[in-house]
Design a protein around this ligand. Sequence first.
Ligand code: ZN
Length: 313
Amino acid sequence: MSNITLTPQELVKRGKWIDYRDPIWGDSYNWSWNRSTNDVKFVTLHHSVTDHNATPDDIALMHMARGWGGIGYHFVITKDGTVYYVGDIGTARANVLNKNEQVIGICMIGDFTKHLPSDEQIISAHELCKFLLFDIDAYPYLKDWNQLVGHKDMQATACPGSSWPNDMRKRIIDSRPYTPVENTPVPPLPEPEPAPAPSSLVRDENTLIEVGGDFKIMKLLTIKELLTAWKRELEEIKNIPIGVRDILELKTTLKDVAGMIQAVGSDVIDLRNKGGVNCSVYTSKLKEITAIVHGRGWSRTKVNKIKKLLEEA
Ligand SMILES: [Zn+2]
């Protein structure tokens, strides 16, 4: 167990810091093992190779679908420049093969072989790295910008994208975003909402998923997936054929239900990888259900609450 609280003042002041170790999927405090501050020699930058709008929960679910105990990074920086503290820095996680005890892993959301980080990501990455390299005395080997490396500097990979190290690394060190500050209109105009991606239809077995389009269709599909997976799992456990409507009436152990939800999480990731859809709404629904399941006791009220959540979706 390691629980190191961090307070990077610059990020906190700008409202760009969230300690997300408790809410995120998986284990942020124990997995994969505790390490000494003397082990840590690098701050390592990654990209997520996902849609630019993916969330830390999306990444955590992807990692747990690989059978990991939690998210592989220590920090995630989303497109809007918010820094999420997701894995305790006293734990070695999983982001550089065979060198996990040596690195603090920062993942910027996006696929930087296809596009650049946002200006906000560059600025927040600068502030986070500066804090880790200069402001935490407990780490004797972290002391200047030489310790800032990219994943590709440690292992054969394209991560974190085409402009690392030449341009991206310098921009992070200098806190120099892509949009020149002097060209920013004063007062800055609010950014227009990004236009929805062109809608396309993907056939997945017998179901149509509208990618980047109607969210409702996606949610109906995933709830159907949820029920189907529950049914499958319950039939295996109880060894009896049952109807979907009976599922929530069945007395089963809390552990069984938690396992089913985990299994369904992996299915959703599969769908997302196939269709490229954003599953964050679904993720929050799953988290609500998981929270109820993990609460104490198992009652009619609880079953009704879960039913209601499924109906709302
Ligand atoms: Zn990487």
